[in-house]
Design a protein around this ligand. Structure first.
Ligand SMILES: [Zn+2]
Length: 291
């Protein structure tokens, strides 16, 4: 999916207007602020995780090797993660489903996160590969495209996010928990052949890459991480991604990482929320790694 910079400015302007309409931010005295940043104690019932289902029914992202839209995989895994978080006491875990075309979905995501503050934003996707790597095969009587060369998950954070250090912290915890479940990240995003999708690996142990311009990561006012759970154009990995047991494994890793992350976070500050997207920064490029 692609979003032009003009849209980025439009979205930002609309949000800034909306922010102005909510009234001036309440000034906090240094003393009060210090009080609020008291020692971190995790209260799962208060800790709000927003699980963003990547893409939409109308614009469903990549097609798997067997012709299943990425959105279906994203929704199934996100639901599993939400259920497991709630089981673990994170009662405010919320599934974010944004119908409509790509730009409408982006606008909905940014508006939602600005109006409904959370403690952590986790966007769920499944990976594909650049066109040049796809090969043809016949599945169920139809020609489909696949690539078995790459497999594994990958995790992305944006240095443009106001809470980059916290985003990176959660990304690392998630990567290590996925590793503890026996899962391996894909290293191929560092390769030159990835072209404009080439990324900097910022944590080689946990498999965390930087994707600064991704709008859902840079414009959410909270720690934000995107998980590409696995490659659905890889014929074996597609089957694993559709397996409820494998989904449960990933969901367990997410829950453990959230529990650890929650322990490190002070209670969220209340009060009017501001919008992070700055229209005067360089043009927003919102292409998902699996576009
Ligand atoms: Zn995607």
């Amino acid at each position: 999916m692609k979003y032009g910079w003009q849209w980025g400015i439009f979205v930002a302007a609309a949000l800034l207007c909306a922010a102005a309409a909510t009234g001036p931010a309440q000034a906090q005295s240094g003393k009060a602020a210090a009080k609020k940043s008291a020692a971190a104690t995790c209260e799962p019932a208060q800790f709000r995780v927003i699980i963003d289902v990547g893409h939409s029914e109308e614009v469903p992202g990549a097609l798997s090797a067997r012709g299943v839209p990425e959105y279906n995989f994203n929704l199934n895994l996100a639901r599993k993660i939400e259920a497991k978080l709630r089981e673990a006491g994170f009662a405010k875990a919320t599934l974010l489903i944004t119908p409509g075309k790509a730009m409408a979905g982006l606008l909905s995501r940014i508006t939602y996160t600005a109006r409904h503050p959370g403690d952590l934003f986790l966007s769920i996707h499944h990976d594909a590969v650049p066109e040049a790597f796809l090969q043809k095969w016949i599945y169920d009587g139809k020609e489909r495209r696949y690539c078995d060369r790459f497999s594994g998950h990958s995790i992305f954070v944006s240095n443009d996010n106001d809470e980059y250090p916290a985003s990176l912290k959660f990304a690392r915890l998630l990567g290590l928990q996925l590793k503890a479940q026996g899962l391996q990240y894909t290293p191929h995003y560092v390769e030159k052949f990835m072209g404009r999708r080439q990324r900097q690996l910022v944590d080689a142990e946990a498999g965390v890459y930087r994707f600064d311009h991704l709008v859902v990561l840079r414009s959410t006012n909270m720690p934000a991480v995107l998980l590409e759970a696995g490659s659905i154009v890889n014929r074996d990995e597609e089957l694993r991604m559709a397996d409820p047991e494998h989904q449960a494994l990933i969901a367990t890793a997410v829950v453990r990482a959230v529990e650890q992350f929650c322990q490190t976070r002070p209670p969220r500050k209340q009060g009017p929320h501001r919008f992070a997207l700055n229209p005067f920064q360089q043009p927003a490029e919102a292409a998902a790694p699996s576009e």
